[in-house]
Design a binder for this molecule. Structure first.
Ligand code: G6P
Length: 610
């Protein structure tokens, strides 16, 4: 949510900032802006809309500055208009601030500053911080000190970068709850909220910790806590390369990421399956084995698509390991005073590793003594660091705002965890071996599903003008119905509902007529016949049926208007295969509607606010 980038070095800052903003645009795209120092003067430029608008306003080649900060915004406080765009300045217009996060006590601070004669141009909490830093600077005449004092008095979360013409050879950045990474180049430094903005220039980075700040000049940097205690920076290497964050010949990141799934699912189980003994080895859980063996209850917490993966995980773990599992929206869990204690194990699932609600749920669970394990994609992210143990899903950078490959990788990792927990209990070695072998066959089967894209595109072309869609499934396919509907809503703005197929008759059936396309995930499993009856109920009411079915199922052709076949697979692994046609259907519908597939309106890739 929102992207920050800053540069100090020998190259033109505008070029690096613009590139960095483009790489982070998936984090927020309501407005963009930058501040640079040229001839010791602070120049600021911002504009509503995407990063490209900013460049059109003043071509970046015309700016010679070698130090600057920039921001791409996802609105929290105030409309996404020009005034509310970042950077924000203090009243002297000598200090510029870009900020991710939320300052909770900004109203009180604003009132106090107004009483002291300071004024505000925007509705944002960030401008309050900028004016506050400016007010302190007037007294202390030291930028670092002013930032430190201001940060010690604010409540909330922040990732910030500060630039000032008072001390023009310096960028100050700090974090608390919002990520901030410092890239170390050859006599140049790039600070950003996302390593994607840095990788083009260097792979050597320092991840700032909460309540830590960095003071960066052309000659070096120091890190310290915001209480002014020096800290020892740990230099790490970024674990992905530039090619992974580019489109690689595809029209959209989302399409590229859908097509990457044979490899990303493979990477999620690679080196982790012990096929000969039907078991799993997860290095990140080594010190958790005893706990996992003894636990009598599991809670899975997540948001959005990750929550849907969690639902599949619930079914898998209950089936394979017979441990009761509850799946909680992180945003509900954190405020509900949940009944949870030291015997419980919590799995927190997050692609970005930065979702604020999930982070808060983790803190709540830990506070109550539970063991918390992360299932995260982004290496080094806050959730990865806040959990006691974890399993990375290794899906690689996901740039499309609608999550695709992370979903299938999350389910793959959950299947490994379910297998591990099962083998600690009653699951036999032959059963474990069969599951391990089925997991290993997934990449090839996903390739077969991807080969049906043409048929899916034809279906999209037929139904893209419909105003409503229903997605139905049962058992392992029910969470998939939710995910299919979410994908369509997110990127095409068509109203879609996911429902357990049998529940349809308790309400949604009233919506069905000849204008309602109903997507059934009706693959072969123990309740296939029941789902088939649900299909007939829709057929009887003239609904249009798009069925995802198991290869060789000829019967379904008689009732469905369209059938997309997926290879036969163990039912619990079917969500990994059947997710793919649902993603492609949403993609091709959005494309026909000329929607912005990779950056759908109002959404953000990682939601670091409540
Ligand atoms: C946002 C994204 C979704 C994602 C959800 C949870 O809403 O747009 O795609 O599923 O956050 O994000 P996380 O990074 O925690 O998986």
């Amino acid at each position: 949510m929102c992207g920050i980038v800053g540069y100090i070095g020998k190259q033109k800052a505008s070029h690096i900032l613009l590139n960095g903003l483009k790489r982070m645009e998936y984090r927020g795209y309501d407005s963009a802006g930058w501040a640079m120092i040229e001839n010791e003067k602070l120049n600021l430029l911002k504009n509503i809309g995407k990063v490209a608008h900013l460049d059109r306003l003043t071509p970046h080649d015309m700016i010679n500055a070698t130090v600057g900060i920039a921001h791409t915004r996802w609105a929290t406080h105030g409309f996404p208009n020009h005034l509310n765009a970042h950077p924000h300045m203090d009243n002297s217009e000598n200090i510029a601030v870009v900020h991710n996060g939320i300052i909770e006590n900004y109203t009180a601070l604003k009132t106090k500053l107004q009483k002291d004669g300071y004024y505000f141009n925007s509705d944002t909490d960030t401008e309050v911080l900028a004016v506050f830093i400016g007010a302190i600077y007037e007294k202390v005449q030291d930028l670092e000190k002013a930032v430190r004092i201001a940060l010690s008095e604010i409540d909330g979360t922040f990732g910030i970068a500060v630039l000032s013409s008072y001390e023009p050879e310096k960028i100050i950045c700090a974090r608390h709850g919002s990520p901030m990474v410092l890239g170390i180049g050859d006599n140049e430094y790039i600070v950003a909220s996302d390593a994607a903005a840095i990788i083009q220039h260097t792979n050597q980075v320092v991840y700032l910790n909460d309540k830590e700040m960095a003071i960066i000049t052309r000659d070096g940097f120091v890190t310290k806590t915001i209480d002014n205690e020096n800290t020892e920076p740990i230099i790490e290497e970024i674990n992905f390369d530039l090619a992974q964050i580019e489109k690689g010949g595809f029209d959209h990141f989302m399409l590229k990421e859908i097509h990457e799934q044979p490899e990303t699912v493979f990477n999620s189980f690679r080196g982790r399956l012990l096929a000969d003994v039907g078991n799993v080895k997860l290095g990140g859980l080594n010190n958790m084995m005893d706990k996992l063996r003894k636990t009598k209850r599991i809670i899975i917490t997540a948001c959005g698509t990750s929550w849907h993966a969690g639902l599949v995980g619930e079914y898998m773990i209950e089936q394979m390991a017979q441990i009761p599992v509850e799946v909680e929206y992180a945003s509900e869990f954190r405020y509900r005073n949940p009944i949870i204690g030291p015997d419980d194990v919590v799995f927190a699932i997050s692609q970005s590793g930065e979702t604020l609600d999930t982070l808060a749920a983790i803190k709540e669970a830990r506070q109550k003594g539970a063991t918390v394990i992360g299932i995260v994609n982004v290496v080094g992210s806050t959730i990865a660091r806040e959990t006691e143990a974890g399993v990375y899903i290794h899906a690689g950078p996901e740039i499309g705002v609608a999550s695709t490959k992370a979903f299938t990788s999350q389910i793959t990792v959950l299947s490994l965890i379910a297998l591990l927990l099962g083998r600690m209990r009653n699951l036999s070695q032959p059963e474990g071996q069969a599951i391990a072998e089925a997991i290993m066959e997934l990449p090839d089967k996903i390739r077969q599903v991807l080969a049906t894209e043409k048929e899916i595109k034809a279906i999209a072309e037929k139904y893209y003008e419909n105003k409503n869609f229903l997605y139905l499934g049962r058992g392992f396919n029910y969470p998939l119905a939710l995910e299919g509907a979410l994908k369509l809503k997110e990127i095409s703005y068509i109203h879609a509902e996911g429902y357990p197929a049998a529940e349809m008759k308790h309400g949604p059936i009233a919506l069905i007529d000849e204008n309602m396309p109903v997507v059934f995930i009706a693959t072969k499993d123990t309740i296939y016949d029941k789902v088939f009856s649900n299909i007939e109920e829709v057929k009887a009411r003239k609904g249009k049926i798009i069925a995802i079915a198991t290869e060789g199922d000829e019967r379904i052709k008689k009732v469905a208007d369209h059938v997309i076949y997926v290879p036969e697979v163990m039912p619990m692994l079917n969500p990994i295969l059947s997710a793919v046609p649902l993603q492609l259907l949403a993609y091709h519908i959005a494309l026909k509607l000329e929607c912005d597939v990779d950056q759908p309106r109002n959404l953000a890739k990682s939601v670091t606010v409540e």
